[in-house]
Ligand binder design. Structure first.
Ligand SMILES: [Zn+2]
Length: 120
């Protein structure tokens, strides 16, 4: 069973959604359902408090704009690289899943794109 509802997304994201739908030969609802499923699974994983291991990728046009010292207990390693006129920030994270999720939300606010992947 499917539920229909209206959402509003930025024009550039809508264009990308159209492109991916066309390239994959599926409708937009299929792409949105898949992306949302992955996002919710990731968030659910981090909401159940546990000792976690994960990787976070954050794309910026410059500084992260937050104090990483606050998260030093969960940041195992941090790499900041430059390519194609953007900054690629890669975090290896280990520790309290709630703290990792808190870092993710802060990164998501400040970065162009943020991806959090559990490794277990
Ligand atoms: Zn975990």
């Amino acid at each position: 069973m499917r539920r229909r509802f209206g959402v509003s997304i930025p024009e550039d994201l809508a264009s990308e959604l159209d492109d991916v739908s066309r390239e994959c030969g599926v409708d937009r609802s299929t792409v949105v359902a898949s992306a949302l499923g992955n996002y919710l699974a990731s968030i659910k994983h981090y909401k159940k408090r546990h000792n976690c291991l994960g990787v976070c990728l954050a794309i910026t046009k410059g500084e992260l704009g937050l104090n990483l010292e606050e998260f030093k207990d969960v940041i195992v390693s941090y790499q900041h690289s430059h390519t194609d006129n953007m900054c690629v920030n890669i975090f290896l994270l280990k520790g309290d899943s709630e703290k990792i999720l808190k870092l993710y939300y802060k990164l998501e606010k400040n970065c162009l794109r943020t991806v959090l992947v559990p490794l277990h």
